[in-house]
Design a protein around this ligand. Structure first.
Ligand SMILES: [Zn+2]
Length: 145
């Protein structure tokens, strides 16, 4: 239940910011979660609502925004993002794919630890790659009333 601890930290941070600014209400929180973080946006949204209940955060608009992943090749310095990654993931054998019911999306967040096994540099084919983005969880916006 990674989402619960993320939600708890976000709410704790927002509460301390509200207290620090003598604010009795928080209007909006935007949380950005990278596609490689293994955080389910829906579960995180629900967990945020749960922790906000009964605090000055209750009733605020909390949005969870998924940030795309991008990669760089250590061999040839090529950089690429989601369109190429989705193309690569199409080649992953079907029985290794985990899909949400009712969704044709390839949920990259289910295989962050495995990306280096499936994703190769689109230019030179090397698997010696690193993630440039998509691994962070951060509060992008916090609007106090
Ligand atoms: Zn390369």
């Amino acid at each position: 239940m990674h989402e619960l601890s993320v939600a708890h930290n976000v709410v704790e941070y927002a509460l301390s910011e509200a207290a620090r600014n003598n604010s009795s209400k928080v209007e909006e929180i935007d949380v950005e979660v990278g596609e490689l973080t293994q955080v389910d946006p829906k579960v995180l949204s629900d967990a945020l609502a749960l922790f906000m209940t009964g605090t000055v955060l209750e009733g605020c608009r909390a949005r969870v925004v998924v940030a795309d992943a991008s990669f760089a090749c250590r061999k040839c310095s090529c950089e690429w993002g989601m369109p190429e990654i989705r193309k690569e993931l199409e080649r992953v054998p079907d029985d290794l794919k985990v899909r949400e019911p009712d969704s044709q999306e390839l949920p990259l967040h289910f295989l962050p630890g495995l990306y280096s096994a499936f994703i190769h540099c689109p230019r030179c084919g090397s698997s010696d790659i690193s993630a440039l983005s998509g691994e962070d969880i951060r509060i992008r916006r916090l609007a106090l009333a």
